[in-house]
Design a protein around this ligand. Structure first.
Ligand code: AHR
Length: 324
């Protein structure tokens, strides 16, 4: 490459970086309300701390409201943000339905709303963008892993569902069922909500073990998140069985504790969900405020499968400082 081309590339890179910097600067000093679901899981705690960090890096004044798992608290918080006249609102919606009125109020007040990690059943024009994973794909990835893992062997599966009515619970169930459909040797014997928490995951798994011959009839547990899987691992150990060997464990999130369980041979697979939903949301907001650029309505984050072959100790070390 000659010097002219090198200079041209350097100049265009500098221009690109400057426009990113300018775009990011337009968020500095803004007030953004964040209605978070609560702290049901390690993943949720990480999302909260990453969101606060992303806001701080951009000079945003983030008003944080913890809804303690209740939609009514989220609606109240959003109305409070509207009354305060915030510049934008982030919401991680606990369930899919019941948002239309409050989102319409935010729209009426000309406050852009960005959804994080879960979807809503509401007209798309009521929010600026939704940053989330493809949750059907997450379930399908977990299911395909199990299909390959068991081959032709019979496999009775127990399923720990997420919060009833939430999009990840609905979609991760659907995706997993799609993956095992057509494989008659894999059946879901029992399925119940563990509300995305470690304690309920353990409690429900204890019930499954009792109902399934002390756990001897269970081949695998599919948990809609890692925290419930970690609770299930404890229940399996308490029943005198070996998680990861006697009962396979597959789940979703990629939190440090599931990588620690993989290192110990007690978990078999997880599908990663990034806790950085706020970064892409703030970037979308920045471009929108700069020149009215309409972001993609659905910004989809990556879903990557991890197994013990993927250096779980290294993955644990990389994640442990992220606020999980
Ligand atoms: O909406 C994302 C899900 O919510 C995460 O998988 C789970 O851990 C959290 O509680």
């Amino acid at each position: 490459m000659n010097i002219i081309s090198k200079l041209a590339i350097a100049a265009s890179l500098a221009t690109a970086l400057t426009s990113v910097a300018i775009a990011q600067d337009n968020l500095s000093g803004l007030v953004v309300g964040f209605s978070q679901i609560g702290s049901e899981s390690g993943w949720r705690a990480a999302e909260t701390s990453v969101t606060k960090q992303q806001a701080e890096e951009r000079g945003i004044d983030l008003k944080f409201a913890d809804a303690q798992q209740k939609q009514e608290n989220q609606i109240k918080a959003i109305r409070g943000f509207i009354a305060q006249g915030v510049d934008a609102i982030l919401v991680a919606p606990v369930v899919a339905t019941g948002w239309e009125d409050v989102l319409a109020e935010a729209k009426e007040a000309e406050i852009p709303v960005m959804l994080l990690d879960r979807g809503v059943d509401a007209p798309e024009d009521l929010y600026l963008t939704s940053v989330a994973s493809d949750q059907v794909l997450e379930g399908r990835t977990a299911g395909e892993w199990l299909v390959n893992e068991v081959g032709d062997a019979d496999c009775k599966i127990v399923e720990l569902q997420g919060t009833v009515g939430s999009t990840p619970a609905i979609n991760r169930k659907q995706g997993f069922e799609e993956a095992i459909a057509g494989h008659a040797n894999l059946t879901i014997a029992r399925s119940q909500t563990g509300d995305f928490t470690r304690a309920k995951g353990k409690e429900v798994m204890e019930g499954f073990i009792k109902a399934e011959n002390g756990g001897a009839d269970i081949c695998a547990v599919y948990a809609h998140n890692d925290d419930m899987a970690v609770g299930a691992i404890q229940a399996i150990k308490d029943a005198g069985l070996k998680p990861g060997t006697d009962i396979k464990v597959v789940s979703i999130d990629g939190v440090p504790d599931i990588f620690a369980a993989m290192v110990a041979g007690e978990a078999n697979a997880t599908v990663e969900l990034t806790p950085n939903m706020a970064g892409p949301a703030f970037d979308a907001l920045s471009a929108y405020l700069a020149d009215g650029t309409e972001p993609e309505k659905f910004i989809i984050t990556e879903s990557k499968l991890y197994t013990p072959a993927d250096n779980p100790q290294g993955e644990y070390d990389t994640r442990k400082g992220l606020g999980y």
